[in-house]
Design a protein around this ligand. Structure first.
Ligand code: GLU
Length: 314
């Protein structure tokens, strides 16, 4: 298959937007974080940014939404920068096969979470980022890093979403206390969760998110600023984790249908990476049974089919 030209790409994403329009609203908007339940289920945005920075947008691609667990890929990148491979002493790298907020494996596995993309694993990564920092400083560091990645100073944390999750985060609190009892967490649970809830509450548009993920498609380089974010080997490894663990117990299905590394969030966003080609962000708030954007996955499946982008062959 020949590579899609910029004109093809724009036409492809506009077609996908138009085809899916009758289905907008499919799935179930997350309501266990009350503030997320206020989001209009009919929203749909799609952004594709190619390595040369060309940006293709469709639908609500400029509207900020709650990135939720997509932040887990970005904070992992930050923690790898600080600790290198030593982070893997504290969190595993295996798909979990269970829900994003599951507690069952933790007891069997002595408080070491399966991977950094389930809640327990991301809470451990967040604990690592707190070393030497107050919670406020750690949040500021994450925000600075995400702004740098997207080359966009306007990115903010949605404080109402963070407060809403803080008020209802019993499940995450249970996970964190359980890990604290094993010594997996080194900071007070409320500090760790405060930072965790805030990075999950980052509000970004599809355009900003696709730009922030571009280094993962570009061997760790930052095509927008010319700098380097991580080594090529590290970018490959983050992509491998996104492919195997990025969609919780729906990761196998996403790999089968889309064939690209991706990280989802319960806000209905998905960041997907076509290595060597593009970074893609889609947003549709309705979720499927695994807590991943229902229509977002369909949109990415169609995009991958039409562009031929896949990590498994062309
Ligand atoms: N902040 C959410 C939670 O901890 C993230 C879950 C997700 O996006 O999958 O429950």
């Amino acid at each position: 298959m020949r590579d899609a030209t910029p004109t093809d790409l724009q036409a492809i994403i506009e077609d996908i937007h138009a085809e899916l329009a009758p289905r907008f609203g499919e799935g179930k908007v997350a309501d266990y974080i009350p503030q997320l339940a206020h989001v209009d289920p009919q929203r749909f945005g799609l952004a594709v940014v190619t390595l040369d920075g060309q940006t293709h947008l469709a639908g609500d691609a400029e509207m900020p939404f709650s990135i939720q667990s997509i932040s887990k890929a970005l904070v992992l990148t930050l923690a790898l920068g600080r600790y290198g491979e030593a982070i893997w002493k504290r969190v595993g790298r295996e798909p979990s096969g269970s829900a994003f907020n599951s507690i069952v494996q933790l007891e069997h596995e002595h408080g070491i979470p399966r991977n950094p993309f389930i809640n327990a694993g991301a809470i451990v990564v967040t604990d690592a980022l707190l070393a030497g920092h107050t919670p406020r400083e750690a949040i500021a560091e994450v925000v600075r890093f995400v702004r740098f990645l997207a080359d966009d100073e306007d990115i903010l944390v949605d404080k109402a979403v963070a407060r809403s999750e803080e008020a209802t985060g019993d499940r995450n609190r249970a996970l964190a206390h359980f890990m604290h009892s094993f010594g997996t967490l080194r900071h007070p649970v409320e500090h760790v969760l405060g930072v965790y809830f805030h990075h999950c509450a980052l509000a970004m548009s599809c355009r900003q998110l696709a730009r922030a993920g571009l280094f993962l498609a570009a061997n760790g380089r930052h095509p927008l600023t010319g700098g380097s974010v991580v080594s090529a080997a590290r970018a490959r490894r983050i992509n491998a984790l996104m492919l195997t663990c990025g969609h919780y117990d729906g990761s196998g299905d996403f790999a089968y249908r889309v064939g690209l590394p991706g990280k989802s969030g319960v806000g209905g966003g998905i960041l997907a990476i076509a290595p060597g080609r593009a970074s893609i962000a889609v947003w549709s708030p309705g979720l499927n049974a695994n807590g991943n954007s229902a229509l977002g996955s369909v949109a990415l499946e169609r995009l991958a089919q039409r562009t031929g982008w896949s990590v498994f062959g062309s």
